[in-house]
Design a protein around this ligand. Structure first.
Ligand code: AMP
Length: 361
């Protein structure tokens, strides 16, 4: 069995590694033949939105998937006829655009931060009558890891921020005074069976995920979060892994962002759950039974951003799982991650603190 993955970043790499154990071969399409994923699977070198290259990939695999959201869904719909693509390109078309994403939350009746559509400088003038300062200005497309967004405190800052974001289609979003940030990762197969990992708590710095703790100590929000994912999955007749990021506010969960793919906040599942998010994605898109999403104790995952601490220091930490994505260091780039799993939450917290000291978070 062969899976074609469009995009060969670290997510593609970890998908390929999960498939490898199941006897599944992977072929990538990526502009960089030496990328993180390309190091573990054959790669067709080409642009991810090149219809001819996608067709070439489609011709030699049983199913297509992707590890990147800058893919143009309309190209997928046009080119890969004959080869199934999961998750559905229709889900990608919505989730890659922050305005469509907001509307989707409205459609399924799930709370999300108040927002305004910004298409012109005239639209900027209407912001203060609708939203309180501060406001988060977010480009509708191609924003990730805090890129493409600015926090602004007044009209003048808003105008400048819009210009620095290129003056294009954006949304202005109310600031959410959250207690913490959570995410839920779920998976759905072709028969409509679903499985959900326990909610995790995510710590961000400058919009970039730095660490994840899972599962949450209390599970009172789990069913609300599952309802949100279920509604999205049903809408698209979804197949594969889906992630949603939430703010936990006093009023409850506020949905922030959807990713139609495996997600950084689910990396802990590689060692911390019965079946990893990567394996469950491969299982779902190939029509194999979904694996148990139960957590094995509690986990902390710490991202390695910009530089990898000395390996001998990391590898000396007892029980530490070290993942190096094989990427060239660049400031704030996600180069790898570490996970520690423990049966005792208190002890895990101490071990997590020690790890964060090594990683200098
Ligand atoms: P996003 O790209 O939308 O996931 O935003 C990245 C991070 O910026 C989030 O994880 C939050 O930490 C922060 N953030 C984004 N939007 C808001 C908001 N409306 N209110 C408060 N913090 C936000």
């Amino acid at each position: 069995v062969k899976v074609g993955i469009i995009g060969a970043g670290q997510l593609g790499r970890m998908l390929a590694l999960a498939g490898y154990r199941l006897g599944v071969r992977t072929v990538f399409l990526d502009p960089d033949g030496e990328s993180s994923g390309s190091q573990v699977g054959r790669t067709i070198v080409g642009e991810i939105n090149d219809a001819a290259r996608i067709r070439e990939l489609a011709a030699e695999v049983d199913v297509l998937t992707f590890d990147i959201e800058s893919l143009a869904p309309e190209i997928l719909a046009e080119t890969a006829i004959g080869t199934p693509i999961y998750p559905p390109p229709a889900a990608l078309a919505v989730t890659r655009d922050r305005l469509f994403e907001k509307r989707l939350f409205g459609e399924i009746g799930f709370p999300t931060a108040a927002y305004l559509r910004i298409d012109s400088s005239q639209d900027l003038a209407t912001v203060p009558s609708t939203l309180d300062w501060p406001v988060v200005l977010k480009a509708r497309r191609l924003g990730y890891d805090g890129r493409g967004q600015r926090i602004v405190r007044n009209q003048a800052e808003l105008a400048t921020a819009w210009e620095t974001l290129g003056g294009g289609a954006a949304i202005a979003e109310a600031w959410v005074d959250f207690e913490r940030e959570l995410s839920l990762i779920g998976v759905r197969d072709s028969a409509g069976n679903t499985a959900f990992y326990p909610l995790s708590e995510n710590i961000h710095d400058g919009g970039i995920l730095t660490s994840t703790f899972a599962p949450l100590e209390d599970d009172t929000l789990q069913s609300d979060a599952e309802e949100c994912l279920l509604a999205i999955m049903r809408k698209f007749d979804y197949r594969g892994v889906l992630a949603v990021e939430f703010f936990q506010a006093r009023s409850g969960l506020i949905a922030n962002e959807i990713a139609p793919r495996v997600h950084n906040s689910g990396h802990w599942t590689i060692e911390g759950a019965d079946t990893s998010q990567f394996e469950n994605h491969i299982r779902a898109i190939l029509g194999l039974p979904l694996g148990s999403t139960a957590a094995r104790g509690c986990s902390v995952m710490v991202n390695l951003l910009g530089e990898i601490p000395p390996r001998d220091v990391l590898l000396r930490v007892p029980g530490l799982y070290f993942h190096d994505y094989g990427k060239t260091p660049r400031p704030l780039r996600k180069l790898g991650h570490c996970t520690i799993v423990d049966t005792d939450r208190k002890r895990l917290e101490t071990r997590a603190r020690d790890l964060r000291n090594i990683v200098k978070l």
